[in-house]
Design a protein around this ligand. Structure first.
Ligand SMILES: C[S@@+](CC[C@H](N)C(=O)[O-])C[C@H]1O[C@@H](n2cnc3c(N)ncnc32)[C@H](O)[C@@H]1O
Length: 261
């Protein structure tokens, strides 16, 4: 039988879903869980574990980073990719729409770890500790609640802008793409990942990138090409654990773009 919570959750789609305890638990594991934390010895795609860390390692070109580089992680969720950027960048700002995600990421910035629980099945849970790798300078990273579709002008420009799996959660992805040139310094890096997983709860069908004749990647390229040069394109698998025996497996398309001078 479904609980009142399940009925509530089902009608709780759209951006507000990222304020739920359920998504917080899923994203803490996605961002900070090891293969053992996620799969607990069960067979599964271990190569999909550690998505936020792989996104930064695979897409960022550290040779282009200056000692004073500033990075922006848009739709940073609970913060792991922002912390990973701090291995290379002097200052990192993580912005997300979800108050719950940002307050959790901010706790991790201060404490370095957070003792929490992961669902096993039904009401059964197990303890899980989310931990930022101790060698990362957490004081380089700050988090704030904000809307990627409506960023304050005083944010300025960045040497690195990351938007991981954000595009298909926005009401107007095309407008967002058009705003990116004003956020990235000439020569700076734009790092994008997206599984092009369109849902009307987030993006009206009229605003989905692509059409019935052409994939979203073509629309994305067309919008970015006048302002950015495509330097790298790779597949980035990810694994979201719902409970001990249920997972979402996705493969994002990752790309690195260099802002034209
Ligand atoms: C699919 S999750 C991806 C999170 C993270 N980047 C990752 O790759 O694990 C989308 C994230 O974007 C955030 N988000 C959705 N709409 C947003 C908006 N308009 N501005 C900023 N963040 C937004 C959500 O709260 C959520 O954390």
């Amino acid at each position: 039988m479904r609980s009142i919570f399940d009925f509530f959750f089902a009608s709780f789609l759209g951006p507000e879903v990222y304020e739920s305890k359920r998504l917080l638990a899923e994203y803490l594991l996605l961002h900070y869980g090891s293969g053992e934390d996620l799969l607990n010895g069960l067979p599964g795609p271990l190569e999909a574990v550690g998505f936020p860390q792989r996104t930064v390692h695979e897409l960022l070109d550290p040779s282009r980073i200056s000692p004073t580089a500033r990075a922006l992680d848009l739709g940073c969720a609970v913060g792991a990719s922002a912390f990973e950027l701090a291995r290379h960048c002097h200052q990192v700002k993580g912005i997300d729409f979800s108050q719950k995600f940002i307050s959790t990421a901010s706790i991790l910035a201060v404490q370095g770890k957070l003792h929490t629980h992961k669902p096993i099945e039904g009401k059964l849970t197990a303890s899980f500790t989310a931990q930022v790798p101790p060698e990362i300078s957490r004081n380089r990273v700050t988090f704030q609640v904000g809307d990627a579709m409506n960023l304050p002008a005083e944010l300025g420009k960045f040497d690195v802008v990351l938007a991981a799996n954000l595009l298909c959660r926005l009401p107007n992805p095309q407008r967002f793409l058009k705003s990116l040139p004003s956020l990235v310094h000439p020569g700076g890096q734009l790092l994008l990942t997206t599984p092009f997983s369109w849902l009307e709860e987030f993006t009206p069908q009229s605003a989905w990138l692509g059409s019935k004749d052409s994939p979203g990647w073509e629309a994305l390229k067309e919008t970015l090409f006048p302002h950015f040069e495509l330097e790298k394109k790779i597949d980035l698998p990810f694994l979201i654990r719902e409970h001990a025996r249920k997972f979402q497996y996705g493969i994002s398309l990752g790309s690195r773009w260099i802002r034209r001078h």
